[in-house]
Ligand binder design. Structure first.
Ligand code: UT7
Length: 330
């Protein structure tokens, strides 16, 4: 079979509720100026009370299905990348499949932190390679605000909620869409302690009556993560490009993980991408973890920032550490 895969549809969703920097200033010791100069973030979306991860995933999936001219019944597998599922059990994948009216379709979650969507694309490539008739729903969806420590100004200004979706299938003439050409993934647990969510898991279980502490939320050594993020995303993009005899000049659009505008600019500069080739939406969504890449990819396509025939390079980075790159021809 072909070593390339079809991306048949893209979709994204962000909750209607918006939390601006001015809103944050009312209850966090920060300023609009600090947040903009250090991160580029102006606002982020936040779920409404009762709105859960799979609600956002469902909305993004409907957009991707419409986009591809498919219905939910065409889907054969559901993979959800998330660190904030509605519940630990059942998984977001199974809940989402149920919401889509799918019965008997394999569904599961994958956790690679912010790199989860790109890791899930790799899992989907494996599924399609094994089952050439497969059509895999690949989702990145996060309610990061549910794991945000609003007393920690070093992290709480960064995160937002959202979802993005791609549908992956075999590269055949019948399966219209973009082509996923290749990918490269990496992980290194040495740096795990620099970015964590510990509370409620087997390393930090809660007993009835325990007070939920800071460990229940994202804890990060921002400065260290920043350095590794830039270095790792650049290196893994160079590896992937070199494998195909390509240089940054051959790429039309760079979609980097949307964590911080300064990281995005540093990656673009180091890889020698002019600003106009680098897609940015972190200013409007903040860091949406596993949703960041598919939300940016789907929005860039919807806005016309990615045109037919163009080559797109994806760079992702997240806790673990995990990182990766992907090449897509639209
Ligand atoms: O998605 C996974 C990957 N995650 C990332 O890529 C995030 C990587 N890290 C970052 O984006 C940046 O490191 C941050 C945005 C988190 C922080 O920016 P920074 O330039 O590294 O600032 P810093 O942590 O070194 O803090 C500088 C100063 C400190 O004050 P002092 O010690 O110099 O007096 C902080 O206390 O800024 C202070 N500070 C704030 N001030 C106002 C930290 N957070 C805030 C805040 N408002 N929200």
């Amino acid at each position: 079979m072909s070593s390339t895969f079809a991306i048949q549809g893209l979709g994204f969703y962000a909750p209607a509720r918006i939390l601006t920097n001015a809103d944050l200033v009312k209850f966090v010791d920060t300023t609009d100026e600090w947040i903009i100069t250090r991160t580029g973030i102006r606002e982020r979306h936040m779920v409404a009370p009762g709105e859960v991860c799979t609600d956002m995933a469902l909305a993004a999936t409907h957009m991707a299905l419409d986009n591809a001219g498919l219905t939910a019944k065409d889907l054969t597998h559901v993979v959800v990348a998330t660190v904030t599922p509605d519940t630990s059990v059942p998984s977001a994948g199974v809940v989402l499949a149920k919401k889509l009216g799918l019965e008997g379709v394999p569904a599961f979650d994958l956790n690679a932190a912010c790199s989860g969507f790109v890791y899930s694309l790799e899992a989907a490539r494996g599924l399609v390679a094994l089952h050439p008739e497969a059509r895999v729903l690949v989702v990145g969806a996060e309610v990061l605000t549910s794991r945000t420590d609003w007393t920690d100004r070093g992290t709480c200004v960064l995160f937002g909620d959202g979802a993005g979706v791609a549908i992956l299938a075999a590269d055949t003439p019948a399966n219209k869409g973009a082509r996923l050409l290749d990918m490269q993934l990496a992980a290194d647990g040495t740096y795990g302690p620099l970015l964590t969510i510990k509370g409620g898991y087997s390393g930090h279980p809660y007993k009835i009556g325990d007070v939920v502490g800071h460990e229940n939320y994202v804890q990060m050594n921002g400065r260290e993560v920043y350095k590794h993020a830039v270095r790792s995303m650049c290196a893994i993009c160079e590896t992937l490009l070199a494998r195909h005899g390509l240089t940054p000049e051959d790429v039309d659009v760079l979609i980097p993980h949307q964590a911080n505008l300064r990281i995005i600019e540093a990656v673009g500069k180091k890889l020698r991408f002019p600003d106009e080739k680098v897609f940015v939406n972190v200013d409007r969504y903040g860091n949406t973890s596993a949703a960041s890449i598919p939300l940016a990819l789907a929005e860039a396509r919807a806005l016309g920032s990615i045109k037919d025939g163009q080559l797109v390079l994806i760079a992702t980075f997240g806790g673990g550490f995990t990182w990766g790159s992907a090449l897509i021809r639209f």
